[in-house]
Design a protein around this ligand. Structure first.
Ligand code: ADP
Ligand code: MG
Length: 715
């Protein structure tokens, strides 16, 4: 039995049209304890023989036996296993990872074979010492001389502790002194191993070699053994352990860090892509969602107590007694006990009935500047709606201090806003009209009105069956012509008039700061102001978010209270459009998906060159026993590291942009936790996809083709 046996093995190279012979009908046997020198002129097939023996290249004809096992049926996996178990390589072109230090290069071999981790470091240092590179152990391989590189490779081959060492002109690029050192090292380690060495300088190994093989035109023309081999019957001991995932993760991290410039370049690129993509995503999503939101369901006017609901946020609802009577402390305490009720405000008249048209802005000198009603669309409280404070302070506020949305961009701190608040005090039914008669005056004045007070009259219109038709509001009087118009338009028999007495009160507020909530146009009042108001017809309840608000809505006893929560109305209507919304959101998701792919194609084309320059590294990893699936995993891990780091940095950048850019803040506010998860999954998927593409390209070729190709590309 022999360790390696070749039987009529032939290897042909297809180049262009023709076929050239690498080696022809070679039959040889090798055993442990041999130091074989392979000689022959250039092109005689020495390298081919070595590559075939070491499983780096395939053969076409004949049979190669490894410990009597046929190899013609071997798959890539089997060759990988064989190389990992048996072979240590030393090439003429010092196949070394240039971006690694000497120590890391040696460490690599120990890690790939899963050498006991607690002994790894000591073993690596011992081997480095053995090849005389201790003083250079932390130098990057790229900075070493040829002889030093070759010694580093030998240390790495030794680290592998394998029975066969193949060396292809290891001294070819060295001066004679370095050459001698390398040969001596090889001799030292050759004792119970099989060493096959290709050399153009036989004299150099004459004293050491136990056997000489001469090749010519791909054939063996001479095979002489000089020394008897005492180990001829010895079987090689091989154990091979696969790299652990933990080691692989460390390995990936080291790869990234060993190329800091490249690393930062790609991180920058990824950060740009992730940031841009996240902004596009949130933008598209927020418009997709607003589509649902804004389909004509802004606010509405609640006639029961005549307050507008269009300033009720998704976190807030109004609670009234079902019988319409004034609420008191028992209602306040009852509502306060719900855990989802964050704040209960006793009187919503102020919050919801402030006359928006009477909201005037005065500057510090008290001069009327502007009417802000158009920009003003909601009331919140300072404490319950935390935002970025981008000016002023929220400390030591009194009842009449307010914080405003930065959408009021020409308001300054300490400016004043005057608002007229309307409080409804009573309401009563005054009349039922028959159709107008000749006897009515031009202008019909409501009977019993005090002209020093302001009134509002609601004309409620019923048809002849007593069904509600419409209603109008007027102040102290109505023109008879208008009344007649209503009678004819609706073909009705009578109109009832209810009159509401209201008190108007002007209140001044001092602007103490700005919240960055651009476009929402909110005015934030102090809790104290809203809470100390006397009890009214309705209370306002705020929850921490819309989910809590909905829960609260369901908990409140509807037999006692009437709850006005416009969000649910909006949702109910928008559900009618649910299928349409689904199509719209699908469309946006597809759009976003294509954006993602597009960005990654950019990244891919930039990274392609870099990855192909790393082909040599991967060939080396493979040649020292790392298998394809592990290396594939390695590339994926590298990409994921880059992506995760870039993702985190991108999120930090977006947070900073949000602070300074109001519209970004507005858009990003609509991002939910799920959106971030979707983003992360998208990038994880794309990074993995990118890595897989590289893997496909890299591992398509055999190890030797890879090495050759990267050499041809001059890398
Ligand atoms: P040596 O190492 O003795 O110089 P090689 O084994 O490299 O010789 O080459 C043997 C023969 O095979 C030569 O004729 C060479 O031109 C040919 N050959 C080697 N590698 C390739 C290749 N990748 N493609 C085509 N022909 C090749
Ligand atoms: Mg050669």
């Amino acid at each position: 039995m022999s360790v390696i046996k070749l039987e009529n093995v032939s290897k042909f190279y297809k180049s262009g049209e023709g076929v050239s012979v690498g080696m022809q009908k070679v039959s040889l046997e090798f055993n442990l304890g041999e130091f074989v020198a392979v000689v022959g002129e250039s092109g005689s097939g020495k390298s081919t023989l070595l590559n075939v023996i070491s499983g780096l290249d395939s053969y076409e004809d004949g049979e190669l036996y490894i410990q009597d096992e046929e190899t013609s049926h071997f798959l890539i996996k089997d060759w990988e296993k064989y190389r990992a178990k048996y072979i240590g390589f030393i090439f003429q072109s010092y196949n070394i990872i240039d971006s690694y230090t000497v120590y890391q290069n040696v460490m690599l071999a120990l890690e790939i074979q899963n050498y006991p981790s607690q002994l790894r470091k000591a073993r690596a240092l011992e081997l480095i010492d053995k090849v005389g590179l201790t003083s250079h152990k932390n130098h990057r391989a790229a900075k070493l001389s040829g002889g030093q590189k070759q010694r580093c490779v030998i240390a790495r081959a030794l680290a592998k502790d394998c029975p066969i060492i193949v060396a292809d002109e290891p001294t070819g690029n060295l001066d004679s002194e370095s050459g001698k050192q390398v040969i001596n090292l090889l001799h030292e380690i050759s004792k119970d191993k099989l060493v096959i060495l290709v050399t153009h300088d036989y004299d150099q190994v004459q004293d050491i070699a136990t056997r000489k093989i001469k090749m010519h035109d791909g054939e063996v023309v001479e095979d002489k053994t000089f020394k008897p081999n005492t180990l001829i019957e010895q079987k090689p001991e091989v154990t091979v352990n696969s790299m652990q995932f933990r080691t692989l993760m460390r390995f990936a991290l080291r790869n990234i860090l060993s190329m800091p410039k490249r690393f930062f370049f790609f991180m920058l690129l990824q950060i740009m892509i992730i940031t841009t993509f996240s902004l596009i995503y949130s933008n598209l999503m927020s418009s997709a969602r607003n589509e649902t939101f804004e389909m004509g369901f802004g606010g509405n006017y609640n006639s029961y107590f005549n307050f507008s609901t269009d300033r009720i946020s998704d976190n807030r609802m109004m609670v009234l007694r079902k019988d319409g009577s004034i609420m008191d402390a028992s209602d306040y305490n009852h509502l306060n006990q719900f855990s989802d009720a964050l704040y209960v405000y006793k009187n919503v008249t102020f919050m919801d009935n402030s006359y928006v048209s009477d909201m005037n802005y005065l500057n510090v000198e008290g001069r009327y500047i502007y009417n802000y009603s158009s920009k003003f669309d909601s009331i919140k409280t300072i404490q319950s709606a935390p935002q970025f404070l981008i000016g002023g302070s929220i400390n030591n506020l009194d009842d009449h201090d307010i914080i405003v949305s930065n959408s009021f961009n020409d308001i300054e701190i300490n400016d004043q806003i005057k608002m007229t608040s309307r409080q409804r005090i009573t309401e009563f039914h005054i009349a039922t009209f028959e159709p107008a008669s000749e006897s009515l005056p031009d202008r019909y004045t409501w009977p019993g009105f005090d002209y020093n007070m302001q009134y509002e009259a609601e004309l409620t219109i019923y048809d002849s069956e007593g069904n509600y038709v419409n209603y109008y509001t007027y102040t102290n009087y109505v023109y008879v012509e208008e009344l007649e118009q209503i009678f004819t338009n609706f073909e009705i028999d009578y109109i009832t008039v209810d009159v509401i007495k209201t008190i108007y009160e002007e209140i001044s507020f001092n602007v103490k700061g700005f919240y960055n909530d651009n476009l929402s146009g909110t005015i934030y009042f102090s809790d104290a102001l809203l809470e100390t108001n006397s009890y009214g017809y309705a209370m306002s309840v705020i929850s921490s978010n819309s989910i809590a608000a909905e829960r609260l809505f369901n908990q409140i006893d509807k037999s006692v209270y009437r709850v006005i929560y416009p969000r649910l109305n909006r949702d109910a209507v928008s559900q009618l459009f649910a299928p349409l919304n689904l199509i719209i959101s699908l469309f946006y998701y597809v759009l976003v998906y294509f954006f993602g792919i597009f960005f990654y194609f950019i990244l891919f084309s930039v990274m392609k060159n870099v990855m192909s320059s790393r082909k040599k590294d991967f060939a080396i990893f493979r040649s020292i026993g790392a298998n394809e699936s592990k290396l594939g995993m390695l590339v994926i891990l590298e990409q994921l590291y880059l992506m995760f780091l870039s993702f985190i940095i991108s999120m930090v950048i977006i947070t900073v942009i949000r602070y300074y850019d109001f519209s970004t803040n507005f858009i990003m506010q609509q991002m939910t936790f799920t959106d971030y998860i979707i983003l992360l999954i998208t990038f994880t998927y794309l990074s993995t996809w990118l890595a897989r593409r590289f893997n496909k390209k890299t591992f398509k070729l055999s190890v030797i083709e890879n090495i050759t190709e990267s050499k041809e590309e001059g890398l």
